[in-house]
Design a protein around this ligand. Structure first.
Ligand code: BG6
Length: 293
C-alpha cells in the first residue's frame, strides 16, 4: 500500500490476524497489532507523516548517531530517508525466515549523506512477524568503505501504554546509566523496578538481553529481547517537554514510553568489509504469565 505521500508501506500479517506495517520512509515500523487488532505501538495524534522528518511514534531507527552528540542531525539520517526494497537480502536472513512473514529493506548513502558522513555502507533491515505475532527486527550494517567507521544505533521503540503511572520496567535494576538530562552524567540505578513520576531520558549501560515493560492498566507485559545491543534507552518527555514538541499532544506522554535496544556508550566500529548485526525481538504477554514463569 502507499501512505498519504505516495511512499510505499508493507503490511505483514500472521495467520491469526496480528499485523505489522513498515514504511519505506525510514524503514520505520509504524504499527504493530496483536491478533485482536489492538495497536501495541504509540503514534501521536499530532504525528506528521511527511518526509523528511520521521513520524512521532512506531519504531524509528537511529543511525549512524544517537541523540545530538555528534556532527549529524539528531538521531542520524536513516530515519529520515526513503529506503528501498532489498532484492538481494543477506543469506543470513534466509536462515531466519521459517514460518514468518518478512520484508527486506536496504539503505545506501546518497551523495548528500556522504557529504555529512563520508562512509559507504549497506544497511539491510529485515522486519518479520512470527506466527505468534511477535515482531523481529534484524539490522545488518556492512562497511563497504576503504577505511573503518564507527556509529551508534537505536531502535527507538514507542510502546503504547495504558497510563505511564501504571507502568514499570524490569531488568535495568542496579545498572549504571547516562542521564541525558544532566549532560550525560553517569549514575547507578538504586530502585527496584523503574517507575515514572517525571521526565526520564537515560541510557542504561550493558543491560541484560531481556527487559520487560509491565503495564498494570492493560495487564500486559512487553518482553524486549535484544542481541548486539548492549544499552537500553528509556525516554518519557513528561509534561513540560511534551509542550515543546510540536508533533506530540500535551497529554500524550501518559500513553507512551520509549524503551530502545541500542548501542550508544561504546560506538560500533567496522573495519572495511566487516558487518554488524543488531537484533530486536518484541513480544507481548498477559501480565500473569510473567509472575508464573
Ligand atoms: C530520546 C532522546 O531518545 O529521543 C531525547 O534521548 C529526545 O532527548 C527523544 O528528545 C526524541 O527525539 P526526536 O528527535 O525524535 O524528537
Amino acid at each position: 500500500t502507499k501512505d498519504w505521500n505516495g511512499i510505499d508501506q508493507v503490511v505483514l500479517r500472521s495467520p491469526r490476524g496480528a499485523s505489522a506495517r513498515v514504511s519505506l520512509h525510514g524503514g520505520q515500523v509504524v504499527s504493530w497489532k496483536n491478533d485482536r487488532g489492538e495497536e501495541l505501538l504509540f503514534t501521536s495524534s499530532k504525528a506528521i507523516f511527511k518526509p523528511p522528518k520521521a513520524m512521532r511514534g512506531g519504531i524509528p531507527i537511529c543511525f549512524p548517531q544517537f541523540g545530538n552528540c555528534g556532527s549529524l542531525e539528531q538521531h542520524g539520517f536513516a530515519r529520515n530517508k526513503i529506503w528501498a526494497f532489498d532484492d538481494n537480502p543477506s543469506p543470513l536472513h534466509f536462515n531466519d525466515s521459517k514460518g514468518k512473514s518478512s520484508i527486506d529493506l536496504i539503505l545506501k548513502p546518497s551523495e548528500e549523506d556522504l557529504k555529512c558522513w563520508p562512509h559507504s555502507f549497506e544497511f539491510r533491515l529485515r522486519v518479520s512477524l512470527t506466527a505468534d505475532g511477535d515482531l523481529t527486527m534484524i539490522s545488518r550494517i556492512r562497511n563497504i568503505n576503504g577505511k573503518p567507521f564507527s556509529f551508534s544505533f537505536a531502535y527507538h521503540t514507542y510502546f503504547s501504554v495504558s497510563d505511564i503511572s501504571e507502568v514499570r520496567i524490569e531488568g535495568l535494576e542496579t545498572l549504571d546509566y547516562l542521564d541525558n538530562l544532566c549532560q550525560r552524567e553517569r549514575f547507578t540505578e538504586q530502585g527496584d523496578a523503574i517507575t515514572f513520576e517525571f521526565e526520564v531520558d537515560r541510557v542504561y549501560l550493558s543491560s541484560p538481553n531481556v527487559v520487560a515493560v509491565l503495564d498494570h492498566g492493560k495487564k500486559q507485559t512487553f518482553v524486549i529481547k535484544k542481541e548486539g545491543l548492549p544499552d537500553v534507552v528509556v525516554w518519557n518527555p513528561w509534561e513540560k517537554k511534551s509542550k515543546s514538541i510540536v508533533d506530540l499532544g500535551d497529554e500524550e506522554y501518559k500513553q507512551m514510553l520509549c524503551v530502545d535496544g541500542a548501542a550508544i556508550e561504546k560506538p560500533i566500529t567496522l573495519k572495511p568489509g566487516e558487518e554488524w548485526t543488531g537484533r530486536l525481538d518484541l513480544s507481548v504477554v498477559p501480565s500473569s504469565y510473567c509472575s508464573e514463569h
